[in-house]
Design a protein around this ligand. Structure first.
Ligand code: FES
Length: 169
């Protein structure tokens, strides 16, 4: 190998040096910008949050609808979303909190408490029905029980978290 090939001219040295320094500076400026741009995507979804919905003392054995608002962050867009639940206390003081979203096609169910539906949740869209314990009535369109909210009680207030699917019994 000749000695001539291994020599780097002053021009080449300056080119390499300036390119390297320029690239390093560009990366230094771009990295924070890229991190800022994708930051919302990297944030964990706000799962596991509990929201205060009602005083436990206000609950009865008759299901009551409670509504609350949560802030929903979807990447760079933030909006307020209203959530709902049907909440009641059983005879042995166990609190039940069901999602009002019908498991057939997603309409909202309501508590009938009438003789016609003999204390059932009723979905007006296709006549879906659920017993008071949220189990779907066989022979009606829904094929799964109403989702049940995770719950916590703190200082006499009921907090609800995520609504989770349940097994059919
Ligand atoms: S959406 Fe409820 S029965 Fe169809």
């Amino acid at each position: 190998m000749s000695e001539k090939k291994q020599q780097v001219s002053r021009r080449q040295f300056l080119n390499y040096t300036l390119t390297g320094v320029g690239g390093f500076m560009a990366a230094g400026m771009l990295a924070p910008m890229v991190r800022f741009a994708i930051d919302p995507v990297l944030q964990p979804a706000s799962q596991g949050e509990f929201h205060p919905v009602t005083d436990v003392a206000d609950l009865t054995t008759e299901p009551q609808r409670v509504d609350w608002t949560v802030e929903q962050v979807d990447a760079w867009y933030t909006s307020d979303v209203t959530k709902s639940a049907w909440v009641y206390k059983t005879e042995d003081d166990t609190i039940k909190a069901f999602s009002p979203v019908c498991k057939h096609l997603g309409c909202f169910v309501s508590w009938q408490g009438s003789e016609e539906y003999s204390d059932q949740f009723y979905c007006p869209c296709h006549g879906g029905r659920y017993y008071k314990d949220g189990q779907n009535v066989k022979g009606t369109p829904p094929d799964a029980p109403l989702d049940e909210y995770e719950q916590k009680i703190k200082n006499g207030t009921l907090y609800l978290g995520k609504a989770k699917p349940r097994e059919e019994v």
